[in-house]
Design a protein. Structure first.
Length: 273
């Protein structure tokens, strides 16, 4: 199995600088945030995400999109409302990406190189998309054989409430576009990059970043979380093999797009044959 290493993931050479008419002066070389620094930045990113979500939630209550009485009566259900999920997810995208950009800038690295935002090869696209399709089929089959709903109730409740608010497009945008971009830049871009540069190595980085990714999806039941973990491991593996976070963004969007279609099917928004 060939593993692609991008320019920024190869050993770094000290930067050389010289100005005309003056002696050359050595500038600080680029760096890679290793395990503990990456973990610290990850906690900061989680904090940014949480604060952004809280601001969005409060804004929804002030605009009367969310009923305050309903929040007090059942906070969990209110947080799983489709508009709330979409708004809190989308509100975090720009702040989180800016925080990642700051971390990369302080490392004196190029944003695209550090996060491996490079076009994948056609072969890697074929492998990644094919593997994602096979995983989705396997996951749905196992879930059905276990007598469980293919789509978790929390997601069905979310899309029903989004429909009630006439916000299906808003919900779909968050699920298929902004969420994959934000999560992949953070997990398969930033976190994987730092963990892989530490003693964990690439395999350890794939495993640990996948476990952390699964841990933040606490709204799901155990069986669904197993599927989330399997998906995260596949995304991490393809990030390692291809050297492209753009590929994992596409794969993640594909997965979420299929889930969206399944949700629309189960709530009757796609006509049954």
């Amino acid at each position: 199995m060939n593993v692609v290493v991008t320019i920024s993931e190869s050993p770094l050479a000290p930067a050389e600088a010289a100005s005309a008419g003056r002696p050359a002066q050595a500038s600080k070389p680029p760096r890679v945030w290793k395990f503990w620094a990456t973990l610290a930045w990850s906690l900061l990113l989680y904090g940014v995400m949480t604060v952004s979500a809280m601001v969005a939630f409060v804004a929804l209550m002030l605009w009367s999109v969310v009923d305050r009485t309903a929040v007090l009566a059942d906070t969990k259900s209110a947080l799983n409302d489709g508009v709330v999920v979409a708004a809190t997810s989308m509100s975090a995208t720009v702040p989180v990406l800016l925080a990642v950009a700051l971390a990369v800038r302080l490392a004196r690295q190029d944003f695209r190189d550090y996060l491996a935002l490079h076009w994948p090869t056609r072969r890697h696209v074929q492998i990644g998309i094919g593997a994602m399709v096979l995983l989705m089929v396997a996951t749905d089959t196992i879930t059905a054989l276990a007598g469980r709903s293919i789509v978790p109730d929390v997601l069905l409740d979310g899309i029903r409430s989004a429909r009630q608010h006439n916000a299906l497009g808003f919900y779909a945008l968050a699920l298929v576009v902004t969420a994959p971009i934000t999560e992949e830049v953070v997990f398969r871009g930033f976190i994987y990059r730092g963990f892989a540069a530490s003693r964990l190595g690439r395999v350890g980085a794939v495993i640990l970043s996948s476990l952390i990714f699964t841990a933040i999806h606490i709204q799901y039941d155990l069986i669904t979380l197993c599927g989330v973990l399997a998906t995260a491991l596949l995304l991490g593996t393809m990030r390692c093999i291809s050297g492209s976070t753009l590929l994992t963004i596409y794969m993640h969007a594909l997965n979420n797009g299929v889930v969206l279609l399944e949700m629309l099917w189960f709530v009757g928004l796609i006509p049954h044959a």
